[in-house]
Ligand binder design. Structure first.
Ligand code: ZN
Length: 454
């Protein structure tokens, strides 16, 4: 693309991103929230033609477009973004979180990195194929803008997968998380490519007690006290360490200094290294901890019936995240260890879950490497894991490879970026929007070239 075309692309993505931010598709977890139909309408306007839509609940609309490829046997690629965003705490923001203001080359607003920036950049990369400005790629090219990612996708990608899989048939998916680059001193930056995500395995832990008069607590059996002890023990423990192959691949490619690299790959040294890292860079430390541990976060507690009755029931819900390759056995073993004799007194249950990952190899991986190289001169890409779940898991569960990529300017550093997800003052450099759209265009082209048979 010429410089003029680049500037036009950047302006186009910015304008679309601002519209998506201003549409306030806030998903608070209730079915009545979200209102993604506002943003599917904006996309239909942008593309200049209606797409296929689904709307499992009023306003919870997703839109899909498909450009048929030249070769029905070539792998099909889907670009998938979500339209909803998480709620904000207005007081914590320096600007209007839904104003989408541009200040010194940075656009501010809820969704600026999660993930309306990518949803908009994907639309810009897709549009020339839809309008026929570019010839069709080898395999089908699909664009999905989904509702409800922020509450598990049951009214978005998950619903479509269950009810209208015909709309999203594909072999590869590009979606979030699109990380910015890592700086490595004296060498070109390293580009993390999201290949894997941890498996959310919520656990419910219930304690029972015997009700009696709250005025005489001596010797009573109090369910709230039991559950509180469990919460404290779980929180103190930090979760068991495991160095997975996914983490090893990331650290070996990340370009950190040799001592740090060695410590981050040694299960006996990693905790001390994280502590050290936390002094200067607490957000990076938190992310590294999550990438090297099965994490347990007790986040919701309910118990008791009345202030003058000794509590006969209490429950805590724990956000547990499994690393790739782990099974629920890890959870059971850990809870047994940290709870000690209390373990037998509590009732513990939860749904089965698995982490999901895609290979750091094959045509898609090569197309991503080629695209980075052609735009940046460097193909230093490393496979990265995210602690958070995304809609990508629905596809990995069906054997479809899902990746996350983006290309950012230097306005927001890697660890700062990690803190913007669901945080205050979410923002992204405007130049990143055009860069990401160009990266996605190159990936589409390269995948088409690499898999073309006609
Ligand atoms: Zn997201």
């Amino acid at each position: 693309m010429s410089d003029g075309a680049d500037a036009r692309t950047e302006g186009e993505v910015l304008e679309l991103l601002q519209t998506l931010i201003r549409n306030r598709c806030v998903n608070d977890g209730s079915e009545a929230s979200g209102h993604e139909a506002r943003s599917t309408a904006a996309l239909e306007g942008y593309f200049g033609e209606p797409g296929e839509t689904v709307e499992p609940a009023p306003g919870r609309r997703s839109v899909v477009y498909r450009v048929p490829g030249r070769d029905p046997t070539a792998p099909r690629l889907m670009l998938m973004g979500h339209l909803d965003v998480v709620p904000v705490t207005e007081e914590g923001w320096s600007v209007d979180p839904f104003g989408a203001e541009v200040i010194d080359g940075v656009v501010w607003g809820r969704g600026a990195v999660d993930m309306l920036n990518i949803t908009a950049a994907m639309a810009a990369a897709f549009k020339p194929y839809l309008t026929g400005k570019l010839p069709p790629p080898a395999g089908d090219l699909v664009y999905l803008a989904a509702a409800d990612e922020e509450s598990g996708g049951g009214l978005g990608a998950g619903w479509i997968m269950e009810n209208r899989p015909d709309l999203i048939e594909c072999d590869y998916v590009l979606t979030e998380v699109a990380f910015p680059h890592l700086h490595s001193p004296g060498r070109p930056p390293v580009y993390p490519v999201k290949v894997a995500e941890k498996g959310p395995a919520w656990r419910f832990i219930r304690g029972a007690g015997v009700p009696s008069h709250g005025s005489q607590p001596y010797g009573t059996d109090n369910a709230v006290v039991k559950v509180a002890e469990a919460v404290a023990a779980i929180a103190r423990s930090g979760g068991p360490v495991e160095i997975t192959p996914e983490w090893r691949n990331f650290v070996e490619g990340a370009g950190w200094d040799p001592a740090r690299t060695a410590a981050l790959l040694d299960p006996d040294l990693v905790d001390a290294e994280i502590e050290d890292m936390a002094v200067d860079d607490p957000l990076l430390a938190r992310w590294v901890h999550a990438c090297t541990h099965t994490t347990f976060s007790p986040n919701l507690v309910r118990g008791g019936t009345k202030v003058n009755i000794v509590a006969d029931r209490a429950i805590v819900e724990v956000d547990v995240r499994l690393l790739p390759g782990q099974t629920e056995q890890v959870i059971e073993d850990h809870l047994r260890k940290v709870l000690g004799p209390l373990y037998e007194e509590l009732e513990i249950w939860g749904e089965p879950a698995r982490a999901s990952s895609s290979p750091a190899g094959g045509p898609m991986w090569d197309a991503i490497g080629d695209a980075f190289e052609s735009l940046t001169g460097s193909r230093r890409i490393v496979p990265a894991l995210t602690p958070v779940g995304t809609d990508g898991r629905f596809f990995r569960a069906k054997g479809i490879e899902a990746y996350g990529v983006g290309l950012y300017d230097d306005r927001v550093a890697f660890s700062e970026f990690l803190g913007l997800f669901h945080g205050n003052d979410e923002r992204v450099g405007v130049a990143s929007l055009g860069l990401t759209a160009r990266l996605l265009s190159r990936i589409i082209e390269r995948l088409s070239d690499l898999t073309s048979r006609m």
